[in-house]
Design a protein around this ligand. Structure first.
Ligand code: HEC
Ligand code: HEC
Length: 234
């Protein structure tokens, strides 16, 4: 993660913890309403959760609510690590986390055009093969078989893969490979990420980040049967 990100995040945390000044004109106003807590989230995740400006903070808008809810639990309980978020989530109970997840899942905001990504023809071809067909020799099913043909996710709890920054995608696949990100068992993404070659990860992240999101495409209803068991939303 870039230093710039940490500095911005540190300033935000100081503002959140420093207390009071924002409410100087209404000292008795409650400071823990849902809109106030959501304002802390959108500071990093962009208005309505449309993704932050830094090329790292992921989009939240329109992702399946069950996926978002379980990610919040993962951060709160240490299966994913981002200390500044864990700090915000620590005091919140499950109904509150669910309300936040449902709020962001219900947001429908346009996707920005993808950032240009330099990939060789061989990298493009390899990424496309993994996404659409998978690689039997590595026991990697097609990404699209779980993430939906449009790659915008599938209900109830599989997130989309488009509209995410390359650095974020790289970091997530890397975190699964290194054991820093966990889903509920069986953690299919950990198996898949570990089965990929390092150069596959780079090709996939670049290719996915370079794809425009088709207008009007949305989360698919769940495929009848996933090619592997995933415990993402028990
Ligand atoms: C200081 C900046 C910051 C704040 C504030 C913040 N987040 Fe995050 N959030 C991040 C970053 C960075 C990640 C990605 C971390 C990683 O690398 O896994 C993330 C990841 C997430 C994810 C996982 C997204 C996915 O696709 O898997 C969810 C859900 C989320 N945040 C929700 C929230 C909510 C709800 C709040 C408000 C309570 C919040 N965040 C506040 C920076 C922030
Ligand atoms: C067997 C089904 C399955 C297959 C195949 C699969 N995924 Fe996933 N993927 C999931 C599930 C389920 C999750 C949500 C995990 C969780 O709950 O944390 C996920 C999450 C992810 C995420 C995290 C997204 C975010 O917002 O943080 C990335 C990145 C990802 N998958 C990439 C891939 C890529 C690339 C491929 C193909 C090489 C792939 N996946 C193949 C089921 C699958």
């Amino acid at each position: 993660m870039s230093d710039r990100l940490w500095i911005a995040a540190g300033a935000l945390l100081a503002a959140l913890l420093g207390g009071g000044t924002a409410n100087a004109q209404a000292p008795s106003a409650p400071t823990d309403t849902l809109p106030q807590r959501l304002a802390a989230c959108t500071h990093c995740h962009g208005a309505q959760g449309r993704a932050g400006p830094d090329g790292y903070y992921p989009r939240l808008a329109g992702k399946p609510a069950a996926y978002l809810y379980h990610q919040l639990l993962h951060f709160q309980q240490g299966r994913r690590s981002y200390p500044l978020m864990t700090h915000l989530l620590k005091p919140l109970d499950k109904p509150y986390l669910l309300a936040m997840a449902e709020h962001f899942a219900a947001q429908s905001v346009p996707y920005p055009p993808p950032a240009p990504v330099a990939l060789s023809a061989a990298q493009m071809q390899r990424a496309q093969q993994l996404v659409l067909e998978g690689d039997r020799s590595r026991q990697v099913p097609a990404c699209a078989s779980c993430h939906g043909q449009a790659l915008l996710g599938a209900l109830p709890a599989t997130p989309g893969l488009l509209g995410l920054p390359r650095d974020y995608l790289n970091a997530q696949l890397g975190a699964w490979r290194n054991g820093l990100r966990h889903a509920h068992a069986p953690d299919c993404m950990a198996q898949i990420a570990k089965a990929l070659a390092p150069e596959d990860v780079a090709a996939l992240s670049g290719w996915l980040a370079s794809r425009p999101v088709p207008v009007g495409a949305s989360v698919a209803s769940a495929p009848a049967r996933l090619p592997m068991d995933c415990g993402s939303a028990p």
